[in-house]
Design a protein around this ligand. Sequence first.
Ligand SMILES: Nc1ncnc2c1ncn2[C@@H]1O[C@H](COP(=O)(O)OP(=O)(O)OP(=O)(O)O)[C@@H](O)[C@H]1O
Length: 936
Amino acid sequence: MLKLLVSNLYCSHHLTPAIRVRSNPVNSLLFKSLTQLTGWNRSSLGLRAFSSDTDSSAAIASTKTHLNDCLTVIALPLLHKPLIPGFYMPIYVKDPKVLAALQESRRQKSPYAGAFLLKDDDAESTDSSSSSETENILEKLKGKELFNRIHEVGTLAQISSIQGEQVILIGHRRLKITEMVSEDPLTVKVDHVKDEPYDKDNDLIKATYFEVMSTLRDVLRTTSLWRDQVRTYTQACSLYIWHCLRHIGDFSYAKLADFAAGISGANKYQIQGVLEQLDIHTRLGVTMVLVKKELEINKLQESIAKAFEEQFKGERHRMLLKEQLKAIQAKLGVETDAKTALYEKFRGRIDPIKDKIPEHVLKAIEEELTKLKMLETSSSEYDVTHTYLDWLTVLPWGKSSDENFDVSRAEKILDEDHYGLSDVKERILEFIAVGRLRGTSQGKIICLSGPPGVGKTSIGRSIARALDRKFFRFSVGGLSDVAEIKGHRRTYIGAMPGKMVQCLKTVGTENPLVLIDEIDKLGVKCHDGGPASAMLELLDPEQNANFLDHYLDVTIDLSKVLFVCTANVIDTIPRPLLDRMEVISLAGYITDEKMQIARDYLLKTARRDCGIKPEQVDVSDAALLSLIENYCREAGVRNLQKHMEKIFRKIALNLVRKGTSLEVPANSDVVTDTEDSKPLAKTDLESPEATSAEGSTVLTDELATGDSTEPKTEQSVVVAETVEKFVIDESNLEDYVGKPVFHAEKIYEQTPVGVVMGLAWTSMGGSTLYIETTFVEEGEGKGGLHITGQLGAVMKESAEIAHTVARRIMHEKEPGNQFFAKSKLHLHVPAGATPKDGPSAGCTMITSLLSLAMKKPVRKDLAMTGEVTLTGRILAIGGVKEKTIAARRSDVKVIILPEANRSDYDELAENVKEGLNVHFVDKYDQIFELAFGYDH
Ligand SMILES: Nc1ncnc2c1ncn2[C@@H]1O[C@H](COP(=O)(O)OP(=O)(O)OP(=O)(O)O)[C@@H](O)[C@H]1O
């Protein structure tokens, strides 16, 4: 309707007299834009004064014939609406005979024809017909049949131009058919119909005239399409409207009625009614009804627009509104093929699972689908809706993998994948057993904490395999943007959902096991603590049943997801998160354990990954031990694994160089060794990032199938005839991995006076460290302690306490000893570059100071740990397991631990405690005896 209005208005010759053109820049712009919008040129816009009922029409096209002479004309049928005098109308003439006749009449300087509206046939509804169907109707209608189908009253039309089949008509005056002259082309005799005379001063006519005029002004002002175009395209249009409005007053009563009818969105019969109406007052009355209706429609559109705008604020929704208006305007019910296909695709996704999709999500999907139908495919809003629907419909609504709570199977898988870790495995089995009894393992967050490379991630993967859940991993180390977790709002360009939604899409089930790596390195320092609270929202079983991703904008249920977090230390995990977690600690491995892991797991995996057969390599135990002790002194086995890979890569290169390689790709996981063909902990399709360097804060993710992937053994492998065997032992290890990085951890074979070994714990695991004290100078009143070694505040205080306690003990043991009173001492903790802190070195410091004061070294192979109070009480410390393992690594034979840690020690596995002589103390005096008594 509005579209018609625009086309009529632009093309109306009624308006052209109103534009008094002067040559100035604004007018030039005006005509430029009008010609752009209408496709008309300057002359065809009829810029000179033009009256539709006078001879001056010659100004538009040079004609010889006087209008009054046009009494026999070719009858042109009009399909969509009648031609109102003063308006132009392009039509398509397919019939070559009619076209030729029209061209001939132009050549003879009598370019006129009669334009008559076609009556509807009951069987054909031309309004809804497509253009091709319409052409068919016109092609079929000829001669008498056509004569019977056209309205009697029509318009004398000037043939302004003929381009191909397009003929442009300009309406001049009303005609009435009197008789048919010839059939092909249909030619008719016509009378020129005159308006009935009327009294210009009649108040009733005047009032109707003004009412039509003011309503018309309102229509022009309120038509949103006009306003939009004026705002968007060109200022010249506003000038144009301004001219229209100003000069409507210049129209005669009859012309005003015609103009109003022409620009209204009324249907063709209503306009035909205006055309046939010769009584001016009645014509004005009828058009008044039409324009008032137009105004009402405009107002309705306005209020719909406002309501929409209020409901959906922001640019995105304004665009949506525009699209909807366009859709209304064009009355488009036809979708493009692409759009229909897309619509069908989404329908195909949701229709089979409708009952499983939560109601609120289904509602959102349906709304978006309706919107998609109305949007233009070229609009940006269409793309946004398309992507949004893609996400909403692709999520695994109601789709879960069947959970397996078979404890013995789980035990087998855990053992298959990991050596040792019996306490950890036990905890996991307990967890699975509870899941079996409850029927679900929901509502728990497991946190695996421990130093790098101890197998936290791979344990997570094994749990997924044991439970038959899909596996997804992502790291949150250093993450500070909440959007990574909760997604971006859809209004942002390139908006994406958060990691969790991406995870669900990737795994395709509602109940995966999600491993969140490095939760202790979550960026909590950001001003609103965003990531931590977003994490809480994600992990907390109370909240995650209604997790709101900003992009999805509908809540999703994450309560079926099993979350496993990993952390190096638990101190930095935000407290509310930690409270909800079930922490399982992995302390690190002793040398024996590493040997087992290296031989039974890492070596085989590394060899297989390099495509080397078992009979081609022999790695001796001595070589493995040397690797562990001299190259990879770490709590975990990551570095050890890297060294193994390095060795096998070198062997692979040698094999290939010597041409004795197997004829399989180096990265193939084909093995012929049946002994080695048992599955080795591979639950997933590992991404390269999954084995990235320690401490990496790069956000990575990976997908695992959760299914066991048995190594392929059947594939045929051609083995070279002579298989060279590579033997790796201590003597040639350097050729493969270079010079040893570490030498013995012990700096001293026998600790000298003033030096005592302590036990420390860091996020990288446990380690041994020496406390060294030495005498600086002596003098009256010079007693004091200088401290170095990058010690933190707590450790510095601990040194001061140790100095005081040592002085008191010395005073008790040797009352005359003035050593502490007169000596300036220096206490240092190597290595100087490593920052250290904590109170657990208190007892070691006292012992070191007393050793110096008494000039007596402590007993051999002794290490200790414990916090000391000013009165000499020994308090509990943390990391007993890590410290014990570190002591074993350094060949310590005697360790002193606080009595309060006895139970922690008792819980340790026998192999960890093996060969250790442990003493539990609660007073420093006991340590004094143990360190200097030598008898024990
Ligand atoms: N007990 C074990 N038995 C067999 N293999 C192990 C064991 N512990 C660790 N590994 C292996 O060591 C490698 C490193 O383990 P993983 O990546 O799981 O360490 P992590 O504790 O997650 O380290 P980070 O804290 O750096 O993420 C893996 O290949 C893993 O299979």
